[in-house]
Design a protein around this ligand. Sequence first.
Ligand code: ATP
Length: 230
Amino acid sequence: MLTLESVTAGYGESTVLRDVSFTVGEGDVVALLGPNGAGKTTLLRTATGFVKPRSGRIAFRGDDVTGRPPHEFARRGVCHLPEGRGIFPSLTVKENLTIQARGRERDEAIAEATRLFPVLGDRLRQTAGSLSGGEQQMLALSRAYLTRPKLVVVDEASLGLAPLIVDKIYDALARLVEEGMSLVIVEQYVNKALALANTVYILSRGEVVHTGEAGELDTGEIYERYLGID
Ligand code: ATP
């Protein structure tokens, strides 16, 4: 579905990703792991058009999309859920859910979102910025879900959230997978990500140092070898 081939990318003078090759297949859930500063967020931003590769190639469903802008990735069905969540804090929950919808679609959007996360139904008139962190993440995920993307790229979905809320977020991510969406997950709760993922990539200092099936990973070894501070 999405392929990065020997991608090098960075910011200004600094190179963050070095010769990174990365593939997400149809229906895949990829856990992208690595220590702080390894380049995980940069890889997600490159995979969604926000950072342009300096060299290498990006293809989505067979089309070359190297260097295309983020809105073109979005139009093709690549949805980016950034760490800052990507909601409109001063708009109400209802407005956040219906901003892209018209007429009857609005009611359907609200019904779908509240099926995914019932708590949002009690918060429709509240501004998104006044929601708890977990509720904001649920709203962000609902917004992503409503656009029916083919690939959802999730950066630190559970950052700062209580374990019970993290479980809810992961239940919802599992629903997206059931609906046929592919996922790339960057996650500090490694075990959570690995429970959902079928494939794992480990990034260290901007290079892919391990790739394989999630089920085959020895998490103890992973922590020891790769997830320290770079
Ligand atoms: P973390 O787990 O800490 O979020 P990460 O693996 O997601 O880290 P990135 O956020 O991709 O890593 O950062 C990789 C490197 O790129 C870091 O050295 C960081 O300082 C640098 N970097 C990130 N964003 C920018 C930017 N906008 N401008 C310049 N350098 C940046």
